[in-house]
Design a protein. Structure first.
Length: 256
């Protein structure tokens, strides 16, 4: 029988949204159109995705808020939990998105610039709906945190930051490897395993998925709680049902 307990690993399609369309590129550049976010979200929901993530990838750079209307449209169409991120900078932004129908919000740049927002949000809305997105890139023997859609480096160590976010009340961490984004060369196992070994909250692996083995590797080697994919799902390089069956056959606890 398929796993039905809380320890089941999650498969999460990620939809990067720009100007109301799903896009995907490499290292956040050379973006290609991948479809309508509401329609694509509905397809993934019907195919058995455990959750969805919608990221308004230019909201912070363009200094604007995530499109609330889009969130409302998504909430009407799908019946699985979904997370929304992009341009979130205050408690009111979070309230608006949760009220519009999002189950969780993903905070990236603002968590770096204003860590108090994380503790306030966790206290006000509950840790379960606060996801901290960490954009990390290898530097020397570690990883540094980047902000503003991966365009600006900070001097903050990603592992130290992950630990801080967990302590402040984040419900889970979405870890993006800027070195692997869009490359399809596999997840950054070293980065993810180090963070998983450091925090006691769920970790979502992001960036680098190229085939089904990559998903198996990240669950077995890094011990993440969930794995996220984008272009491999958008362009039908990996089928969601096939992936879940593959993982189940390799003894990964997964909901079929």
């Amino acid at each position: 029988m398929p796993a039905i307990n809380n320890l089941a690993k999650r498969i999460i399609p990620c939809l990067d949204v720009k100007n109301g369309r799903v896009v995907k590129g490499t290292h956040f550049r050379e973006l290609r159109d991948a479809g309508n976010p509401v329609e694509l979200g509905k397809v993934y929901s019907d195919l058995g995705a455990d959750e969805l993530v919608f990221l308004d990838i230019t909201a912070t750079l363009e200094n604007r808020k995530t499109f609330c209307e889009l969130v409302e449209s998504i909430a009407k169409k799908i019946n699985i939990p979904f997370t929304v991120g992009g341009g979130i900078s205050c408690l009111e932004d979070i309230r608006i998105l949760l009220t519009a129908g999002a189950d969780k919000v993903s905070i990236c740049s603002s968590a770096v610039q204003n860590p108090d927002l994380v503790s306030q949000a966790a206290q006000y809305f509950g840790s379960q709906c606060i996801v901290i997105s960490i954009d990390a890139k290898r530097k020397n023997n570690g990883w540094n945190v980047y902000i503003k859609g991966g365009s600006e480096e900070t001097d903050i160590d990603a592992i130290v930051f992950a630990k801080q976010m967990a302590r402040l009340g984040a419900g889970e961490l979405l870890v993006n490897s800027l070195d692997r984004d869009g490359t399809k060369q596999g997840f950054d196992i070293a980065l993810l395993k180090t963070i998983c070994d450091t925090v006691n909250i769920p970790v979502i692996a992001s960036s680098g998925a190229g085939n089904m083995q990559d998903f198996l590797d990240v669950f077995q080697k890094a011990k993440v709680d969930a794995a996220l994919g984008a272009s491999v799902f958008h362009y039908k390089e990996i089928g969601l049902k096939e992936l879940k069956l593959f993982l189940f056959e390799h003894n990964v606890p997964i909901r079929l």
